[in-house]
Design a protein around this ligand. Structure first.
Ligand code: 5GP
Ligand code: ZN
Length: 115
């Protein structure tokens, strides 16, 4: 399934619900988290609906690499100069709330609200 009509992040990919996008290319989008933990908190997601990191297979390795590779570029563009945190929550015990694979990228001066 490349897209799930009930998935909130698929709706953001499709432009059906708004998001403050900071990046879009053929395979990925990135947008500000609606409840930021840090002064800068964005989510990097594949356009393809992959529910969790556990559902990613070898065919997705390049995509996963591109998600990680985008993080430092986005942080630079958003003015983060002193380091940042990347986080992927996976499944119930991983604390995942939205079942469309996403990577949190958080930065900016501390203290942070969380994390
Ligand atoms: P998880 O716990 O699944 O790793 O994180 C899901 C994240 O998505 C949370 O940080 C939450 O604030 C964010 N989020 C959930 N719904 C929306 C939304 O509709 N728009 C945006 N921009 N972020 C969302
Ligand atoms: Zn989805």
């Amino acid at each position: 399934m490349s897209s799930d009509p009930n998935c909130i992040f698929c709706k953001i990919v499709a432009g059906q619900i708004p998001a403050r996008k900071v990046h879009e290319d053929e395979d990925l989008i990135a947008f500000h988290d609606i409840h930021p933990w840090a002064p800068v908190h964005v989510l990097v997601i594949p356009k393809l609906h992959i529910a969790t990191l556990s559902d990613a297979g070898p065919e997705h390795e390049a995509l996963l690499g591109r998600m990680l590779g985008l993080a430092p570029r986005l942080m630079r563009e958003l003015g983060v100069t002193n380091g940042f945190r990347t986080l992927v929550n996976t499944g119930k015990d991983g604390g995942q709330e939205v079942y469309h694979l996403h990577m949190h990228v958080m930065g900016g001066p501390r203290p942070w609200a969380r994390g």
